[in-house]
Design a protein around this ligand. Structure first.
Ligand SMILES: [Zn+2]
Length: 74
């Protein structure tokens, strides 16, 4: 597991920074979307990220979406 992280850092492979330890602020599921709003980061699972995306994108200063990983891992 640790070698995978080091590998990504050295090769510049697709950068995924959310881990299983990052949980959705709404339901506690694993987070795949991170939005920065007013200097604080909000984390959402794919379901709630999509649900709140329209509202959040209007106010978020950054939008980080890793939901593509869900397809990769399927
Ligand atoms: Zn959720």
């Amino acid at each position: 597991m640790t070698t995978l992280t080091a590998h990504n850092e050295t090769t510049g492979a697709p950068f995924y920074r959310l881990t299983a330890a990052d949980r959705c602020d709404s339901c506690g599921a694993q987070a795949y979307i991170a939005a920065e709003v007013n200097g604080s980061e909000l984390l959402f699972c794919a379901h709630h990220g999509r649900k709140y995306e329209e509202k959040l994108r209007a106010v978020a200063t950054s939008w980080h979406d890793e939901t593509a990983r869900l397809n990769d891992e399927a």
